[in-house]
Design a protein around this ligand. Sequence first.
Ligand SMILES: Cc1cc2nc3c(=O)[nH]c(=O)nc-3n(C[C@H](O)[C@H](O)[C@H](O)COP(=O)(O)OP(=O)(O)OC[C@H]3O[C@@H](n4cnc5c(N)ncnc54)[C@H](O)[C@@H]3O)c2cc1C
Length: 504
Amino acid sequence: MAKHIVVVGAGPGGLGAAMLLAKAGCTVDVFEQQPYVGGRTSGFEQDGYRFDLGPTFLMMTYILHELFQLTGRRVEDYLTLQNIDPLYRLVFHDGRAFLPTRDQGQMEAEMERLFPGSYQGYQRFLDVESRKFTRLISRLRVPYSSWKPFFNWRFLTSLPTLDAHQSLHTKLGRYFSDEDLRMAFTFQAKYLGMSPWECPGTFSMISYMEHARGIYHVMGGLHRISEAMAKVFEEDGGRLHLSTAVADILVEDGRAVGVRLTDGQVVKADDVIINADFAHAMTHLVKPEHRRKYTDQRLRRKKYSCSTFMLYLGLDRLYDVPHHNVVFAENYRRNVEEVARGHALSQDLSVYFQNASITDPSLAPAGHSALYILAPVPNNNSGISWEQEAAGYRDLVLTTLEQKAGLENLRQHIVTERMVTPKQWEQDHAVFLGATFSLAHNMGQMLVLRPHNQFEEWDHCYLVGGGTHPGSGLPTILESARISAQLILERYGQSLEPVAKASH
Ligand SMILES: Cc1cc2nc3c(=O)[nH]c(=O)nc-3n(C[C@H](O)[C@H](O)[C@H](O)COP(=O)(O)OP(=O)(O)OC[C@H]3O[C@@H](n4cnc5c(N)ncnc54)[C@H](O)[C@@H]3O)c2cc1C
C-alpha cells in the first residue's frame, strides 16, 4: 500500500503502529525528538550501569508475541524474556514480608503463614477473575470511536462483570478480609497512577494477570523491547528520524495533512499518528484554532495520574533481595490519598524498587548492581517546588529503604546516581503535568470517553500510547498501536493479517 504515514514519537505506541504499517507496505516516517527510541520505555547507561527509565514489569506477554507475529517475526529472535517468581516482595508497615508466587503449593504455605485461612479466598479470586478476564479482554481490542459497540449484546451482558461501580479496594474485599492482604492485590492501581480507593474495580484484572500469567523481565532491560521494535521497523524499510522534533501538526479543512519539524521542514502525509503524550501534544503541537474538544481549558479540567520520583543507583555491591520489592507506608491509605490530592509530599511514603541485577548480571559490573527506585508523588498540579524538595525527598527515600527494606548502609554503596523528578518528566520527557501514567483511568475517561484511536477532532489522524484507548501500560499501549494501524489499513481497504492467538 503506497500510503505515506508520519508518526510523532518513537515510544512503544508509535513504534508498534509504525512496524505494523511498514510491514503492510506503507512508507512510514517516525520523528522522535530524543536521540534514542522508547520514550518512557527507554534506557540509559551511566558509568557502566544500565537502567530502564520507566517500565520494569512486562505482563500479558502474548500481546507482544502477537505484535511480532503480525510482522512475521518471533520475539525470541530479538529478546530474552525471563519469568520473575516470586512475583515480588511486599513489606508491610510492621516489617512482615509477603512473597506471592505462582507456585500454588508455595502460595498456600505463604498465605497460611501470614494470613491463616486466606488461601480459599485466593482460589476464588483466581476462579472468578479468570472468567471476567476471558469476557473482557477481547473487548479492549475494539476501537471505541462511538457509543455503537456498547449496544452490542455481548458488551451489555458483560457490564455487570466490569465492576466499574465499585472501587478496586471494595471489590477485592470479596476475596480478602485482611487489610494487608487486600493491599497485596490492590496496590497495582498504582501502575495506573491511581489510588485503590478510587480506581474502578474493573482493574482487579491487573493483579489477576500477574498471578495467572506472570511478570516478566527482559534481559538487558525492558527498553530492549523498544529497541527491538525499532529494529523490526527499520528492517521493513521504515524511516526512523532521531533527534528530530515535530513543532506542529498541520491541519487543513478538518484533516491532518502532515507535520512541520522544528527546523521548519514540512513533511506531508496521508495520515498522521500521534504518539507524543496526548495532552502534551495538544497543548504544544497543535494550534488552539484547530481544537474544539481539547482546548487548553478542557484539558486542564481532566484528571491525570500521579507522577513518580525516581532514583537510579549504581551500587558497588549486590543486595540479596528479590527482583521486585514494594515497601508500604505505615498508613498506606493516607499515603495514597496524599499523592492523589497532591497538595504536599507524604512523609510516610511507599516505595517500589527493582533489584534487577539479582536476575540479570548484564546490568552492572561483576559483583555490583543497578538499583531502580520509584516513589509515587503528586503530579505537577501540586505546585511543589522540586528544586527545593528533591534533596530532602531523596534522603527520605534512602532512609526508608535502609530502615525497612533490608538495604542497610545503602548510601555508602552508591557509585553513581541519577534522579528524575516530576518536573523533569514534564520538561525533559514531554509528559503533561509530569503525570507519568497519562490521563487517569476513571470511568469518565475510559473507552469512548478517552481520546479516540481515530482522533475525533480531525480526519486522517490517529492516536497511540497511554493517553488513548485502551490506556497506560505496555500491553494496552501495544493494543492501541494495533487498533490504530488496523483502522488506517481498513480506510484503504486492507487489514492486518490474522495471526494465531499467542499462548504465552
Ligand atoms: C516510571 C514509569 C514506570 C512505568 N512502569 C511500567 C511497567 O512496569 N509496566 C508497564 O507496562 N508500563 C509501565 N509504565 C507505563 C508505560 O508503559 C510507559 O510509560 C510507556 O513508555 C508509554 O508509552 P507511550 O508510547 O504512550 O509514550 P512514550 O513512551 O512517552 O513515548 C512518546 C514519545 O514521543 C516523543 N515526543 C514527544 N513530543 C515529541 C515531538 N514534538 N516530536 C517528536 N517526538 C516527540 C517522546 O520523546 C517519546 O519518545 C511506566 C511508566 C513510567 C513513567
